[in-house]
Design a protein. Structure first.
Length: 305
């Protein structure tokens, strides 16, 4: 079996006994283990966790003033800390915190599918995190999301998806939620979802989407039946700032992109493949007449022609 396949199966925790023996025989085995043991020491400096936590903290305080007193969510701040950690060498791992709280995370270039206690399914996109109270689901039907996820809700089930920028309430539906820095998007593919943004409630039926880009609200439509990143291995965009396209490319290919003389505020409509970096680069540069240069395995520079 090729070394690359062994490494990938090790990252996914899918090695059988024979494959594990072959993996341990690799010359790099000791280095891989050392990296995995020290992975949590690495932090993602590209994501300002304190700033995002301050946003969420302000939202929680505002909600408390409007709603009846509730039990303090003392597990939210640990989630902010967890969201900032890059785990080098581990593709995905579960991190149960404080008893019955379950956290699932994905790293760059990875996706993960899981089930909620009510049998609803969730598919996480790259560099995303989800947290929920598994043991107390009947009394606390809430999911905290950092990043992007596609939800397929079990019939008759109801719960809320909390993000830094808004809350999504669902009842038997299929929808996608994307929350990144200064970007929030909810798309309904089946049924009906309710989006609460800054105290305003927006009802989204199937085929409708709601986006917040910076401070601008955009309501749009989609003909897709599933998010393209989940069903087609494509990242798709419709009139979004080019900076968001670059950020998504970095997440999907675990690399850093620098720009020179490029207007990253210009709007971009298009898509790029999630399984072919060269093809993806052409898809996001040719339409804007940009050139790209791979300076090394982890750095790409885009320049205006």
């Amino acid at each position: 079996m090729k070394k690359e396949i062994l490494i990938q199966k090790w990252l996914d925790g899918e090695l059988n006994d024979a494959e594990l023996a072959a993996f341990k025989a690799l010359p790099e085995y000791a280095s891989y283990i050392k990296i995995s043991e020290k992975a949590k020491l690495f932090e993602d400096t590209s994501y300002d966790v304190e700033m995002e936590y301050s946003k969420l903290d302000a939202i929680i305080k505002e909600r408390r003033q409007k709603d009846p007193p509730v039990k303090t969510l003392n597990w939210i701040k640990p989630l902010m800390r967890v969201a900032a950690i890059l785990v080098v060498g581990l593709a995905i791992y579960y991190a149960p915190l404080y008893g019955d709280t379950t956290t699932v995370k994905t790293l760059a270039s990875n996706q993960k599918t899981l089930e909620l206690p009510d049998n609803s399914s969730v598919k996480l996109n790259a560099e995303s995190s989800i947290q929920f109270k598994k043991g107390n689901w009947k009394n606390n039907r809430e999911v905290n999301l950092v990043g992007e996820a596609y939800f397929k809700v079990a019939k008759g089930s109801q719960f809320d998806v909390n993000t830094w920028l808004g809350k999504v309430s669902v009842l038997g539906t299929q929808f996608n939620v994307k929350q990144r820095v200064n970007y929030f998007e909810v798309t309904c593919y089946e049924g009906l979802v309710s989006v609460n943004y800054k105290g305003k409630e927006i009802k989204l039926p199937a085929g409708k989407s709601f986006k917040v880009i910076g401070n601008e609200i955009v309501e749009d439509e989609t003909k897709d039946s599933l998010p393209s990143w989940s069903s087609k291995k494509m990242a798709s965009f419709k009139s979004v700032p080019y900076s968001e396209v670059i950020n998504e490319f970095e997440r999907q290919y675990n690399t850093k992109v620098e720009t020179k003389n490029v207007d990253t505020n210009q709007l971009f409509t298009g898509s790029f493949a999630l399984n072919d970096q060269e093809l993806a680069l052409k898809a996001i540069t040719l339409p804007l007449q940009l050139k790209y240069n791979k300076e090394n395995k982890t750095k790409i520079v885009l320049t205006k022609e």
